[in-house]
Design a protein around this ligand. Structure first.
Ligand code: GRF
Length: 203
């Protein structure tokens, strides 16, 4: 089976992008990163993509014009799934209507602590368990149908960095897994719910 082409949208470090790239080195992994798009020229993720010989593009600008350029580029490359990975912009409903499916990873157990500084929000709230969520993107902030979640314990002396680091380790497992499920056609959206189907050929 061929690998489906995915695009990754970034604004920063790119460790989740890197985790997906590493997963896709396995010839049995059903997707490969074809294109990386950044809205920030200085995003370290771009350099990481270039090192992997993946086309990494900084697209300047804002608003509909910016989104139009992104859509043109992803169409040119035949991108079938867009993964937001540390991408710090909200995409418009018009963009989402025209784009392929879009996924995001968020460092909390949604619907708790959407938006910025999720790990800090979790610590300040005093929760005992937090984690990460991969979800499909809708026009809200971190509000779309949930694909996968995994929890981690919050230790009472954790600071934001320690918790972020513990969550990041599981993000790097969860995001490639969610992409894999999508690429194997195992995800079915029913309203707010994402059902995970058995892999074809396994009953
Ligand atoms: C991750 O914590 C992700 O959950 C959030 O932004 C951070 C991005 O990190 N959306 P990286 O750029 O993937 O290293």
């Amino acid at each position: 089976m061929g690998q489906k082409k995915i695009g990754i949208m970034v604004s920063g470090r790119g460790s989740n992008m890197q985790a997906i790239i590493e997963a896709s080195r396995d010839p049995n992994y059903p997707a490969r990163v074809e294109l990386v798009i950044s809205n920030r020229e200085e995003a370290p993720a771009l350099e990481k993509a270039w090192k992997e010989n993946i086309e990494g593009v900084f697209i300047p600008g804002i608003g509909r014009e910016w989104e139009r350029k992104v859509l043109d580029l992803i169409n040119e490359h035949g991108i079938e799934l867009l993964c937001l990975a540390g991408f710090m912009r909200v995409l418009s409903p018009e963009f989402l209507a025209q784009a392929p499916p879009v996924m995001n990873i968020h460092p909390s157990l949604l619907p708790a602590f959407p938006g910025l500084n999720a790990q800090k929000q979790a610590i300040e709230h005093g929760v005992k368990i937090s984690g990460c969520t991969v979800h499909f993107v809708d026009s809200g902030v971190d509000s779309g149908p949930i694909i996968l979640q995994k929890g981690v314990e919050v230790n009472q002396d954790d600071d934001e960095e320690e918790l972020a680091e513990r969550i990041l380790r599981i993000e790097h497992q969860l995001y490639p897994r969610a992409v894999e499920l999508w690429a194997r056609d195992q995800l079915e959206i029913e309203g707010r719910k994402v059902r995970i189907k058995e892999e074809k050929g396994h009953g």
